[in-house]
Design a protein around this ligand. Sequence first.
Ligand SMILES: NC(=O)c1ccc[n+]([C@@H]2O[C@H](COP(=O)([O-])OP(=O)(O)OC[C@H]3O[C@@H](n4cnc5c(N)ncnc54)[C@H](OP(=O)(O)O)[C@@H]3O)[C@@H](O)[C@H]2O)c1
Length: 340
Amino acid sequence: MTDSPALPSVNRAWHLVTRPVGWPKPEDFALVEAEVPTPRDGQVLVRNLYVSVDPYMRGRMSAAKSYADPYELNKPMLGGAVGEVVASRAEGFAVGDHVLHSFGWREYAALDAKNAVKVDPDAAPLSTYLGVLGMTGLTAYVGLLRTASFQEGDTVFVSGAAGAVGSQVGQIAKLKGASRVIGSAGSDEKVGLLVDEYGFDAAFNYKDGPVSKQLRAAAPDGIDVYFDNVGGEHLEAAIGSLNLNGRIAICGAISVYNNTEPAPGPKNLARLIQTRGRIEGFLVGDHYDLQPQFVEEVGPWVASGALKYRETVVEGIENNLEAFLGVLRGDNTGKMIVKI
Ligand SMILES: NC(=O)c1ccc[n+]([C@@H]2O[C@H](COP(=O)([O-])OP(=O)(O)OC[C@H]3O[C@@H](n4cnc5c(N)ncnc54)[C@H](OP(=O)(O)O)[C@@H]3O)[C@@H](O)[C@H]2O)c1
């Protein structure tokens, strides 16, 4: 076993204490102090440096069965994190190694080495393994290229376009020869960023008026692909603007994650008959076979600046919850990350 010389004795971790109904409230959570865990044989102790907060975590706060198990009450919550190994009882892992794992929402984590993936801090900034080169980046890549079967010349519309996934969808589409890329976001500042920095052809603030009207103005010849991060009114508007053989990739539905009543479905599904349109949901977890191709293609774009990214970084484990709530509110531009 190898150890860092001085480790603190106290570990802070966020627990879910009540299952939220509607918007999560601070009382539904607690930042709990416990001893720093001791790694067992085959485990590493990791000091988390960057912790991810993601919209899908809202789903895990509910008891309903889904693709990811519900968070257990009064236990540390889970989520992506990158940290430094500070003690190792596992072959192949040494103190000082950096690893990606799924025991976020806490300062220290003892985990089986088989659940840790080494990352190279010299190859890319550590936080990017949670965002542009990590899960959200891969989500954009597989959703656009595989699920939506993107083709050169397509007109692409993406919602949540200034967020972690959406900002990459639009830029990858441009880099791969989209004829027109349109994005929607929730502030004029974000809309400006899409056009001025990310090279979108058009963008609009969905809070300014009906999405269908704004989309028709931005895409007068219709859209071939819609990458849906939002659901609700956006999805209905996209179906309304879909061209012949159009494709819709359902990635997320953040506009309904805090609903207490089932959201009404799109009223215009029959348009899919006329357009021979296809709507398909996907989960990034089913597509890790594309990870090497993603890293090979997107890594150089990120390194050269051809694909730009932003991160909204909140400091301190005590602000982990506020950062998560901020994602639901739209406080973030690009990937929301907590720096510990
Ligand atoms: N299928 C998968 O495997 C997979 C994997 C990762 C993520 N996702 C989904 O992809 C979507 C984007 O995730 P992300 O990590 O990139 O998050 P993100 O876009 O970085 O952050 C969420 C954004 O959603 C927007 N938003 C919040 N409420 C909204 C509403 N009512 N209407 C429209 N926009 C709203 C906010 O931006 P504005 O300021 O623009 O409102 C906020 O910044 C989420 O739905 C997530 O669940 C799915």
